[in-house]
Design a protein around this ligand. Sequence first.
Ligand code: SAM
Length: 272
Amino acid sequence: MKSDKHRPRSPSAQAGHAPRKRFGQNFLVDRGIIAAIVQAIDPRPQDTLVEIGPGLGALTEPLMQRLEHLHVVEIDRDLIARLKKLHSRERLTIHEGDALAFDFGSLGPRLRVAGNLPYNISTPLLFHLASFAEQIWDMHFMLQKEVVERMVAAPGDSAYGRLSVMLQYRFYLDWLIDVPPESFDPPPQVQSAVVRLMPKPAAELEARDPDCLSRVVSAAFSQRRKMLRNTLKPLFSDTELEQLGIPLTSRAEELPLSSFVALANLLAARQP
Ligand code: SAM
């Protein structure tokens, strides 16, 4: 058996950077997966593309080879310093700070977003990004496979929930690539997957007030095993549910997106 001395050093060791768990740092090292992600994104030279969490540059560098300019959002100061040394401002704009607080709208229309996301904040980050959907052209993300399962789940699936309904309302979702733990340094304890999100055209967005949709979906899934007539009691009467064709015994996990939209529109119609 080879001693540790002869093993190839990991990219984080080569860069002298100890991966930080609190920032979800699992760096991509599998060249085949990196190439497949870049191919799926298919960047064009003049695209406005922002990468969330460039880390040690596994995706950043191949993306920069195809783009005239790239934006990145990174929170780790050591990694930011490293990126600044390696790349000119003409080619790379570094937005220093928390992607959860970043104004993606500031980058203009037809924005493309990509990243191997820090798994510890991926769900709130997806909700944050959904609020900029009007300006987004597409998004490609590496996520924990369990999160992708929740995103694409259909009514009746155990993974169907608030994330499924809110993202499926706003985006077309494509599950693209499964990625095993060995593709990262250090390997995460979970399986991963790459997913594409493309905003739906305005004509397909039938909720009159997206905030009402969000209220209804949050209330319905607050206790997913309870009957909707109970979870939605503060918002709708039994008669209203029946008028919308929603059986009084049904639960949120069985309800299709169209019923959530119908409920949201009923709520919106009542507002002054
Ligand atoms: N893109 C690199 C790769 O594929 O090897 C790194 C991916 S690593 C899973 C997640 C990256 O997101 C790290 O660079 C980490 O520092 C950064 N990060 C973590 N939390 C962040 C946040 N709240 N805002 C911006 N970047 C963050």
